[in-house]
Design a protein. Structure first.
Length: 292
């Protein structure tokens, strides 16, 4: 039985990026080691993380789960990233709410979680209904630190606002030119300015990087280009209105024709037919050919 204190400490630790070694998210079958039993059973901290990640994957059936690869984020920069995500989510139009339901609580917000890649990969392998081949294509051999962003519901305007916010907050850094690489190598190999003295420590300059690896939407795997196309979809209310319009269009056209026929158009049509019959009758009585 895990104590609340230990659970809370692990929960707090997962809210910040790991400074230790990072591995790729592997969905390949686990190697069977001698003396190990299958299926594998996690204990203590790993069991807590496994169950936590499983709840996150279960939530991807209701809302999109974005998989992000990040690097060189400071604590203050991560706080700013979370704030930007919440601001983008609040600026997006709210999802439709059932008119019969009473809004007792505010709408849930997106949740950003930094994951342990090895445990998350094991959770993905055992998650039912997911295409592991597509997951392997989405992640590939990318190594580093990963995070997942879970949205509370599938609402394309909110998803689009968050994707745009991520691009503005952490723009893609252009690749280094050969001159910059050569200059960095020369500075690294140069002799110190004061030989014999300890080199003064300098604070490392961080250049944050954030890359969208893919997403899970209702159990389906989407690559970055696909999830951006999904974010451009109209809302569910708009789609319902379009479907209702398509289904009701033939009936409305038929009703318009009948309404026209039931009014003046029908009277004029019958009047013209009557005059035509009278002219034919008069022409047949006189033996002359009716004028055309």
């Amino acid at each position: 039985m895990l104590s609340p204190a230990r659970c809370s400490s692990w929960l707090a630790a997962a809210q910040t990026p790991f400074a230790s070694r990072a591995y790729a998210i592997s969905v390949k079958p686990a190697q069977i080691l001698p003396g190990k039993k299958l299926p594998r059973v996690f204990k203590d901290k790993k069991a807590f993380q496994y169950n936590w990640y499983r709840r996150i994957l279960d939530g991807s059936r209701d809302g999109p789960l974005l998989i992000l690869r990040h690097d060189q984020f400071s604590a203050n920069r991560l706080v700013q990233l979370r704030r930007d995500i919440l601001n983008a989510s609040s600026r997006a139009p709210p999802p439709p709410v059932d008119s019969d339901a009473v809004p007792a609580t505010p709408q849930p917000q997106p949740t950003l979680t930094f994951i342990r890649t090895s445990i998350f990969g094991a959770t993905l392998r055992e998650f039912p209904g997911i295409n592991l081949a597509q997951v392997d294509q989405m992640i590939g051999d990318s190594t580093g630190t990963f995070a997942v962003l879970l949205l509370p519901s599938f609402h394309p305007p909110q998803l689009n606002a968050i994707l745009r916010s991520l691009e503005r907050t952490v723009p893609t850094r252009p690749p280094k030119t050969p001159e910059e690489i050569k200059k960095e190598q020369q500075a690294k190999n140069a002799d110190p300015e004061t030989p014999g003295r300890r080199v003064k420590r300098q604070r490392r300059v961080l250049y944050p990087e954030l890359k969208l690896a893919g997403a899970l939407v209702e159990g389906k795997v989407f690559l970055p280009a696909g999830i951006k196309d999904v974010s451009q979809l109209p809302t569910l209310d708009t789609l319902r209105a379009q479907i209702v319009g398509l289904l009701s269009a033939p009936g409305m056209q038929l009703a318009g024709v009948l309404s026209q026929a039931s009014g003046g158009h029908l009277a004029r049509t019958l009047e013209g037919l009557k005059k035509g019959l009278e002219e034919d009758a008069a022409a047949s009585g006189t033996g002359t050919t009716p004028s055309s």
